[in-house]
Write a protein that binds this ligand. Structure first.
Ligand SMILES: [Zn+2]
Length: 376
């Protein structure tokens, strides 16, 4: 009998030792963020359960799209913090729908002279503000300042901090029936009076009277700088509240500059979240590694790059879907996407979105995030 007890004790010691080991192994984990939003009609308890489940799955912080009201971020932020995650307010920047606080003359104009408010490009919500108007800055600094003042948030996450896509990602051409082989006037912004006259004053070039505006490098740079300056001014507002500021950007920055005029490698941010959504560029998951390499090099490795991954919501239908919004990473592509990001210098990854993840995605995700990617 004694022998049996001793054997049992040995076994128990052995088993608990084994458990100890697997827990230790699990301490190697890559940082993971996720884009999500709400809260809709969800109760505090429903939200808490959801946030605890995300934390349990390995998510360390949420970029949370909850509108403009600071009270929403206060309520949701408290629940996210209790669940043990970081909480960043994800609020679109240059895209702003009709709002009594925004004068119509603050909206950007295209090369045909049309306002993005009256005649938005591609889709009805593409109502972009002009980044060169003081009223635009006033509106945005009030918005982000009031949310950054909420004690429960860690930071502000900018999105749509850019011009409308002058060249749409290749994967979207069919959807909109376009071949975007050059910069067409209806998608090329901002030609408002203030932008064109400020540019002429700076450079002597009357951009409305050149044969090919897309060939004028100074005009491109002028517009990169408008966005860069806006980021810098908003960063000041956010940091005055002792919060961090980061942004969702297009990949690159080569692609980001060419398509939406984001020279984001020069921006004054604490972290960058490039949307490395391979399917929109008709590329496989290994392409994510190439673009992350460029992204990390573009900031000289000095700023964290969190590689944004676009998840396929219905993997079984992907091949039949024409709309790239329903494409994205399959469970079988998750490992490649995460490995390619981490081996090329990403600090971590960011999921778009946890709600799109199927059980098979989570299985692949769990294996990939508990892996040591540091090179020996
Ligand atoms: Zn303008």
């Amino acid at each position: 009998m004694k022998k049996v007890i001793v054997l049992c004790l040995v076994l128990v010691a052995f088993i608990s030792c084994g458990e100890q080991k697997s827990k230790n192994e699990k301490t190697v984990k890559i940082p993971v963020y996720a884009w999500t939003g709400g809260p809709g009609d969800a109760s505090d308890q429903e939200l808490s359960e959801r946030f605890l489940a995300y934390k349990e799955k390995g998510i360390d912080g949420l970029l949370y799209n909850g509108g403009h009201d600071p009270e929403t971020y206060k309520r949701v932020g408290a629940l996210v913090k209790t669940a043990g995650m970081e909480f960043h307010a994800w609020i679109p920047t240059m895209v702003q729908g009709e709002n009594p606080k925004i004068s119509k003359d603050l909206y950007a104009h295209n090369r045909n002279g049309d306002s993005a408010f009256d005649k938005p490009a591609y889709v009805d919500y593409y109502k972009f503000l002009c980044p060169n108007k003081e009223g635009t800055y006033d509106f945005l600094s009030n918005l982000y300042g009031s949310v950054a003042a909420v004690a429960e948030i860690d930071g502000i996450h900018l999105d749509y901090i850019r011009f409308p896509d002058v060249i749409l990602a290749e994967g979207l051409w069919d959807k909109y029936g376009l071949v975007m082989d050059q910069e067409y006037p209806e998608y090329d912004y901002c030609y408002c009076d203030k932008c064109t006259s400020d540019f002429e004053e700076q450079t002597g070039i009357d951009i409305n009277n050149v044969a090919d505006a897309s060939a004028v490098q100074e005009w491109k740079q002028f517009r990169y700088d408008l966005i860069t300056n806006m980021v810098g001014r908003l960063a000041k507002v956010v940091r005055e509240k002792e919060k961090v500021i980061n942004a969702a950007v297009f990949p690159g920055p080569t692609i980001a500059k060419a398509k939406v005029r984001q020279e984001w490698n020069t921006w004054d941010l604490d972290a960058v979240f490039p949307m490395n959504y391979n399917d929109f560029y008709l590329k496989g998951p290994e392409w994510i590694g190439e673009v992350v390499k460029e992204e990390v090099a573009s900031v000289n490795g000095l700023k964290p790059i969190y590689s944004g991954l676009f998840i396929c919501p219905n993997p079984e239908n992907k091949s039949k879907e024409n709309d790239p919004e329903n494409h994205g990473l399959l469970p079988s592509e998750i490992e490649t996407a995460i490995r390619a990001s981490m081996e090329n210098g990403a600090t971590g990854i960011c999921l778009f979105t946890p709600e799109r993840m199927k059980p098979e995605h989570w299985d692949a995700f769990e294996k990939a995030i508990y892996t040591d990617y540091t090179k020996e």
